[in-house]
Design a protein around this ligand. Structure first.
Ligand SMILES: Cc1cc2nc3c(=O)[nH]c(=O)nc-3n(C[C@H](O)[C@H](O)[C@H](O)COP(=O)(O)O)c2cc1C
Length: 203
């Protein structure tokens, strides 16, 4: 059965990134009436930061883990299981200080895990997630960072997310940027419409 995972990561109730991402999810649900949608808002329900004990547990072979180490990794196990179960992954992310929200970063730190989502080989690292999973990243930004402009150098969202998703095997990644959200109501509305049109084109 079709399964979509929606990760929302803005602390704002009126989040633009979430609103655009939900437009995609609504269309997807129409196309997949029997499909399942799992929503995780990592800003409303933050994922904890990594600790030394967590790192030690993650690098301890599974069969040697103490019960308390398994417990420490339980949330990470759940988040990773959600990724494996999904054939479509939608990530809504606000631009905060040129990068992703800290909320999304703590989620990433819990799902990039040796032996589970990547492994080491003689030739370096290898992602373990199915490269055919469809990943849609919807960003919302106050300004605009067109790829062919000098401003693109300030975009620390797309290059970072492309790198980290590729690292865990996800290569089918589309970005939709909802821009100009802090440049007055008209520019914001135009940016929003452009974002919605772009995201619906991928559904
Ligand atoms: C803490 C904070 C930092 C921000 N930093 C940037 C930034 O570096 N560049 C930018 O273009 N917009 C920035 N903005 C504007 C947001 O990207 C914009 O409001 C966007 O709509 C946020 O997404 P959201 O609506 O999903 O929360 C920032 C907003 C906040 C609250």
């Amino acid at each position: 059965m079709a399964n979509l995972l929606l990760i929302e990561s803005s602390p704002r109730a009126a989040s633009v990134s979430s609103a655009v991402a939900r437009e995609y999810v609504t269309k997807w649900q129409q196309q997949h009436p029997q499909g399942t949608v799992v929503t995780r808002n990592v800003a409303l329900n933050p994922v904890p930061h990594l600790t030394e004990a967590w790192v030690t547990a993650a690098f301890t072979p599974e069969e040697n883990r103490a019960p308390e180490q398994r417990q420490l990794l339980a949330l990470s196990d759940t988040l990773i299981a959600e990724l494996y179960a999904a054939d479509t992954i939608v990530i809504a992310v606000p631009m905060h200080n040129f990068g992703i929200s800290a909320h999304l970063k703590t989620w990433i730190d819990q799902i990039v895990r040796v032996g589970r989502t990547f492994t080491y080989t003689a030739n370096g690292s290898q992602g373990l997630l199915d490269e055919n999973k469809k990943v849609i990243v919807v960003t919302a930004r106050g300004g605009a960072y067109p790829a062919d402009s000098p401003a693109s150098a300030f975009d620390q969202q797309e290059p970072y997310l492309r790198t980290v998703f590729r690292f865990i095997g996800l290569k089918n990644v589309q970005f939709i940027h909802t821009e100009n959200q802090s440049r007055g109501p008209e520019a914001a509305e135009k940016g929003f419409k452009t974002g919605v049109e772009a995201v619906l084109a991928f559904a």
